[in-house]
Design a protein around this ligand. Structure first.
Ligand code: ADP
Length: 230
């Protein structure tokens, strides 16, 4: 069973009487362990697709199956569990809580998990080490560089050990060197720890680091290529 299966997915937005077809019959299968880059011009539907895949939004029509089941098959409780424990999100704008330090930010998602509180510090410290920020553990998150903030956001996405990490332009606000560090961390999470990574980017150099590139144009899949890795 694929991790993610999308069939004839459509999303139509209605704003002030104007209809926008953001996704137009998208069909796509993503297996567990893949590292997929989604590329395409601005306004082509990439974020809309990622939001539906992450259960942040719902399609207008068509089917979306996560682990073989669709939105309607899950109870509210199961959906909350999927969002909290099976899916991690990383956004271009980081979305850290500014008055909290690195450790406190990374521990946040554990509040809603069944993991006993006594283990939260250790789990958070482990993922902070994974992103190379142990030396910043107690620093206020507003006093970090952009690259460091994104590493905290990745650690926070990782703390519940999710199956899949959705990253929406995670390098979009960063200089190329920090962007490179972020992509290297995501690549390692995929290769060494088996996390499925689905990454939106408009930078070809970033997309080439993935194992597969899906190009979206006008809400449709324009091409879908697996990259040969040496
Ligand atoms: P991308 O991520 O590729 O830049 P989006 O998925 O954000 O593209 O947007 C796809 C299309 O849907 C665009 O035309 C955009 O204006 C429209 N759109 C996205 N979100 C909304 C919304 N909440 N309401 C109305 N239109 C939207």
């Amino acid at each position: 069973m694929p991790l993610i299966e999308v069939k004839n997915l459509e999303k139509v937005f209605y704003t002030d009487g104007v209809q926008t077809r953001a996704l137009n019959k998208i069909s796509l299968i993503i297996e567990e362990g893949e590292f997929v880059a989604i590329m395409g011009p601005s306004g082509s539907g990439k974020s809309t697709l990622l939001h539906i895949l992450g259960f942040l939004d719902r399609q207008t029509s068509g089917q979306y199956l996560f682990e073989g089941k669709s939105f309607e098959d899950y109870t509210e409780k199961e959906l909350a569990k999927i969002r909290n424990q099976k899916i991690g999100f990383v956004f271009q704008a980081f979305f850290l809580l500014p008055r909290l330090n690195v450790l406190e930010n990374v521990k946040m998602p554990l509040i809603y998990s069944p993991i006993p509180e006594a283990q939260h510090d250790n789990l958070a410290k482990q993922v902070i080490a994974t992103v190379g920020l142990s030396h910043r553990m107690f620093q206020d998150s507003s006093r970090l560089s952009g690259g460091e903030k994104q590493r905290v956001a990745i650690a926070r996405a990782l703390v519940n050990n999710p199956k899949v990490i959705f990253a929406d332009e995670p390098t979009g606000n960063l200089d190329s060197k920090s962007g490179e560090t972020i992509i290297e961390i995501l690549k390692n999470l995929n290769e060494k720890r088996g996390h499925t990574i689905i990454l939106i980017t408009h930078e070809p150099k970033i997309a080439e680091r993935a194992k597969r590139i899906v190009q979206i144009k006008d809400g449709r899949i324009d091409s879908d290529k697996y990259l040969k890795k040496s």
